[in-house]
Design a protein around this ligand. Structure first.
Ligand SMILES: NC(=O)c1ccc[n+]([C@@H]2O[C@H](COP(=O)([O-])OP(=O)(O)OC[C@H]3O[C@@H](n4cnc5c(N)ncnc54)[C@H](OP(=O)(O)O)[C@@H]3O)[C@@H](O)[C@H]2O)c1
Length: 371
């Protein structure tokens, strides 16, 4: 195994891992495609468009701190797509830290981010390494809309929304179901406040459609913006075009309150995974840009100022692949703008991340300085 491969994509056999690899190949950056099963990674690599001229190695590795540290040594950055992250990420992060690598992941789980910051934030900062969670469509794209609003001086409150046509993958469904075990928060007067688990609200989508939305586990944005002195309030609501999904999550939240919460953790997880598998029994097909579209928007308010920003985009998983590959390339050949537990925009710049998506034709933005 050679050290001329600065990036490790861990979970390369998965739906998202193979997309990261695809965009790394577009950037012409060498990488290691790693995971727990060599045969599945080989099979996944065969499906990556253009893989014939990519520079990569495949490595089968056990999901343990020792084995992963050995693999990461001598590399610059780890892209971790092995979720649900609340359960599986700490082992990978510990290994990245021991090996002296920057760490990126695709979690959309707020509880995982709060844990990751508490467990590893200071240690990464001391080591001069970036620890970037949720470098994925959810929630790096919505973060860009908030940061564009914050360019208007005096904005202190962020009302954020996302709407998408999405088919969750196997691990995404497990992650969504995993979220019901944990508390979800929004930011009110600079403090994280717990949501009512059963909260559902009407959400008007740009264009006029009204759908039911929910806090979706709280999202990453309140966690990032609680450290921003400009921001007092931040909350986010998410609606999917498939309105059956929020109903399933509500059913699960009710079942959790009545029954599931009393089951010991080690027995509960297989139950939740089994329920998730009934919703997503196999890997969905590659996204279609003409179908899997999304809109992320933010309305920013201050006393006498207001601004709004909307990003129209396509392919949530494609965008995740592009964002991860862009960020990994930046860290492989350059230095992060910030170290420790930081948001994607803090480490790579919000305009730069948008630029990376635009370069692949995945997103465009409209902004309005209202007053
Ligand atoms: N926030 C966002 O916008 C966003 C976007 C994309 C993905 N994600 C998140 O990223 C995660 C991965 O998603 P995905 O679409 O790639 O799912 P996936 O297609 O189901 O792939 C999961 C990957 O994790 C590996 N894995 C699972 N359990 C493992 C374990 N115990 N040890 C080692 N490897 C293990 C799998 O390996 P095998 O092939 O060997 O089973 C596979 O490579 C999910 O949590 C999802 O929610 C979030």
């Amino acid at each position: 195994m050679s050290n001329n491969y600065p990036i490790v994509v861990y979970g390369a056999s998965g739906y998202t891992g193979r997309l990261i690899v695809e965009f790394l190949r577009e950037y012409g950056v060498p990488f290691v495609a790693a995971g727990r099963n060599r045969a599945r990674i080989e099979e996944a690599m065969r499906t990556v468009p253009g893989i014939e001229d990519a520079q990569y190695e495949i490595v089968e590795v056990e999901h343990s701190v020792e084995a992963l540290t050995k693999l990461f040594e001598g590399r610059r950055v780890v892209c971790n797509t092995v979720g649900p992250f609340t359960r599986k990420a700490p082992v990978v992060i510990e290994a990245a830290l021991r090996a002296g690598c920057h760490y990126l992941d695709t979690t959309g789980e707020q509880a995982s981010m709060i844990d990751i910051e508490a467990q590893f934030g200071e240690r990464f900062e001391k080591a001069g390494l970036a620890l970037v969670s949720s470098l994925a469509y959810m929630y790096a794209v919505s973060e860009i809309t908030a940061r564009v609003c914050l360019e208007t001086e005096g904005i202190d409150s962020l009302d954020m929304f996302a709407y998408g046509v999405a088919v969750p993958t196997q691990a995404s469904t497990e992650s969504i179901f995993d979220v019901v075990r944990n508390k979800a928060h929004y930011l009110a007067d600079r403090k994280l406040v717990e949501y009512d688990r059963f909260q559902v609200s009407d959400m008007q989508i740009p264009g006029g459609l009204v759908l039911k939305g929910m806090p979706w586990g709280g999202t990453a944005n309140p966690v990032w913006f609680r450290h921003d002195p400009r921001v007092r309030n931040c909350r986010m609501t998410v609606a999917l075009s498939n309105q059956e999904i929020y109903k399933r999550i509500l059913e699960l939240a009710r079942a959790f309150k009545v029954q599931l919460q009393w089951i010991p953790e080690d027995q509960l997880i297989p139950v939740l995974d089994k329920m998730a598998a009934t919703m997503t029994p196999s890997m969905p097909p590659r996204e279609s840009r003409h179908v899997h579209r999304a809109i992320d928007w933010c309305h920013g308010r201050g006393n006498n100022v207001a601004a709004s920003c909307i990003i129209y985009s396509t392919g949530g998983y494609l965008m995740t692949g592009a964002l991860q590959a862009y960020a990994a390339k930046q860290l492989a050949y350059g230095e992060p703008r910030a170290v420790g537990f930081k948001s994607p925009s803090e480490v790579f710049g919000h305009r730069e991340l948008l630029g990376a998506l635009k370069a692949f034709g995945l997103a465009s933005m409209s902004q309005q300085h209202i007053v």
